[in-house]
Design a protein around this ligand. Structure first.
Ligand code: THU
Length: 140
């Protein structure tokens, strides 16, 4: 179980990362911070492209960066969307990718610039994940 202090710190890192997003088209900055099993933190930002469909979300960029650094299991995720007042959760594609490397119990926090924050889990965000057991290879 990740403590409240750890989640607060993780969210601060997501907030900081959001300022680095390359969001010149949508003007919607997103920062994601993943807490790895070994205690390290990997951040990611959304990177847009003038060929709009090539845009990659902050969450997937964080996962791909982590895997490229040898991380295979993330135990918590924080997402900051400072350009929205309300919290914005990860898109469907990101939920699927996140679930490959995070257990259903992994905590997820997301918040915008307003006072509201959502604390959830990967299992709540991607329920009925019947293919989860097939992902056992991810630790090896
Ligand atoms: N975006 C993310 O980075 N993560 C999400 O979960 C939702 C959307 C990005 C993609 C695009 O650059 C911008 O936010 C607007 O959709």
């Amino acid at each position: 179980m990740v403590s409240k202090e750890q989640m607060d710190a993780l969210f601060s890192q997501a907030e900081k990362a959001a300022s680095l997003a390359y969001a010149v088209y949508s003007k919607f900055h997103v920062g994601a911070a993943l807490l790895c099993e070994d205690g390290s933190v990997i951040t990611g930002v959304n990177v847009e492209n003038r060929s709009y469909g090539l845009t990659v979300c902050a969450e997937r960029n964080a996962v791909f960066t982590g895997v490229g650094q040898g991380k295979r299991k993330f135990i918590a995720l924080a997402i900051s969307t400072p350009d929205s007042t309300e919290p914005v959760g990860p898109c469907g594609a990101c939920r699927q990718v996140l679930s490959e490397f995070m257990p259903p119990s992994a905590q997820v926090r997301f918040a915008g610039s307003g006072p509201k924050q959502v604390d959830s889990t990967i299992g709540e965000l991607l329920p009925h994940d019947s293919l989860y057991d097939l992902a056992d290879k991810r630790i090896s």
